[in-house]
Design a protein around this ligand. Sequence first.
Ligand code: GRG
Length: 292
Amino acid sequence: MSDFDKRYGDYLAYFNKRLEEFCDKLDCTPEVLRRSLTYSLMLGGKRIRPVLMLAVADAIKTDKERVLDFALALELIHTYSLIHDDLPDMDNDDFRRGQPSNHKVFGAANAILAGDGLLNTAYSVLFDQCFKGNEYVSAAKYICDCAGVYGMIAGQSADILHENDEIVSEEDLEFIYSRKTGKLITAATVTPSILNDGKYFSELKMLGNKLGYLFQLTDDILDVEGAFEKTGKSLGKDEKEGKLTGVRVYGLDNCKLRVDVIGDDCIRIIDGIDGDTSFLYDFVNFVKTRQI
Ligand code: GRG
């Protein structure tokens, strides 16, 4: 096992322990509400946002304990977005994380409520942190902004708006990438900085944005040439639905070239961070070469 795999596994185990504790304590009724929330949370997933947040915390020497519940809130928000994105009136996807999507198991109405429930609960988790001090309030606000109408929601709205555009624009693509995918990833890289006197704030903000771009580029490529057994979601949908993607704007081969260029941008940003950044370098490579 590589050092990267070992450290990824350690971060994952540390995060999953907190997530399992959260799920165990969830005692909302009716029972179907609790089951639909925990179904999607416990389906697995790569947990790249929490892992990244914990790794950045280590790199800049922010106590991992202090970021853990922010990582939890971020994963709740991410999972809500996937549930809603899979709904028939959004991306209409029957599979997520290799299993039937939430609405295929619980029905669309319950899936909407599960998503709403996860978002509300994420805010509650963030509010609990706010009692600890001003920097916790700032970090909570940052995550809310990333998830909201200037962040992920704006990206999703533009994603829908630009479906089937006859003329595609790089500017629109940048808008969608940076918000739909980039904002939550930026929340992961920036939170440890906010909790540590803004250490490397601008570098980590730039890194989150570039990593989000890289992650979405590889997502678009995987939609064309990935394997369901690995990604766990339906593929080939972007073209079918006329999505504005990197592949559509640049073509598949140029998209792959851009993966290298953006990956190098990430590396240069990490070069400017003094600390134990070895995991972050490997993380860039993981995103560049991922099949999952
Ligand atoms: C609020 C409805 C709504 C949507 C927000 C995040 C999002 C926009 C939609 C989800 C679909 C999508 C393609 C998002 C782009 C980001 C992305 C590639 C998400 C998939 O994230 P992974 O690969 O998923 O980290 P796992 O399953 O590993 O957690």
